[in-house]
Design a protein around this ligand. Sequence first.
Ligand SMILES: *Cc1c(COP(=O)(O)O)cnc(C)c1O
Length: 433
Amino acid sequence: MAVNTVASTTASDSAHPRVSLGPAVALSCRECGERIPLGPHFACTACFGPLEIAYELPEGDPEALRARIEAGPDNIWRYAPLLPVPADVAAKPNLNPGFTKLVRADRLAAELGVTGELHVKDDSGNPTHSFKDRVVAIAVEAARAFGFTTLSCSSTGNLAGAVGAAAARAGLRSCVFIPHDLEQGKVVMAAVYGGDLVGIEGTYDDVNRFCSELIGDPAGEGWGFVNVNLRPYYAEGSKTLAYEICEQLGWRLPDQLVVPIASGSQLTKIDKGLRELIALGLVEDRPYKIFGAQAEGCSPVSQAFKGGHDVVRPVRPDTIAKSLAIGNPADGPYVLDIARRTGGAVEDVTDAQVVDAIKLLARTEGVFAETAGGVTVGVTRKLIEDGLLDPTLTTVVLNTGDGLKTLDAVAPTTGPSAVIRPSLDAFRAAGLA
Ligand SMILES: *Cc1c(COP(=O)(O)O)cnc(C)c1O
């Protein structure tokens, strides 16, 4: 054998060329720790457990890393050294999400009886008006690296729009799948970017099962499903929420975070992001609590938490918080672990409380949240009332989407104070002067 053939024996996956995604070095199993080379995989070959990205993160002076991040672009690519993306990611055509506002919410704090610092991380400011642009941006880089030409997903609404837009910008085809009965704002947004949109007659869980079948079928060959076969990459996008919150607090951990739960991926990766910042020395190591928020009509994780169970029993969703309506959440057990380990909790609120909370946030802070934001604000209020969330500490509540996409939630109880003829007499008679 010729000596110069040695290098080829280290090539990874047979079906895919060896890829380079920044500091990412492998996929590792969240259950058994088995490592496999980077590729479009989501289940462990040894135990079928879910996979996540393993890194060689930058070592050395935290001050230098902090300075490098602060000198980066005003979007998630400032954290590229901590993400599974190529070093030149910021130069490619993409939607550059992130670095959304952290709103100091003093008026909301006063209403809720919070005397500590209260902040709302407002991800409605992303390019397609939800947090999903973060996760999709990372998945697009993986799709490019693995040579996929069609971008796909199963979606509760926001993801479909984020994939459609990101694919349009990257010059990829998209074909996305949603439950057929979503809010009009989400359906239109998912379709307007010109990709294919397919409504499935069933729940999100039916859509997701269908997509898993499509991956194994020739009809889905060459397709990157951002939240299925690209899920380990996609999930890492949520870490940027943790990074931004800490940086925007002046490189400081909040004491408490209130995070919405659909599949639970976002919550688990926010925890991962916080632990990375501590390990890198970018923030001081002190305790933080993570609270999960669900709508009562789809609260399998909350029910398990309150029942003291380790297993999450699937439910059939029935709530206006459709973006969170996943009845069988893949990351449910990990969410339970994190809530318990950090001393947090998982709580749920009714649809009526969601609507009240949307209006409360809007009238106190000028932030119009989608139903998922109503869930987190409503749960925050409930946690304070129940004595589970400490109102004297620094708390960050996430708003992950835009109220304009879920107008139906508030339209029946929101409208003009009066409709009058254009005359001063009519205005005086309306009693608004
Ligand atoms: C998808 C989504 C979430 C969280 O989803 P996970 O599956 O738990 O990561 C939260 N809020 C909104 C608005 C969403 O669209």
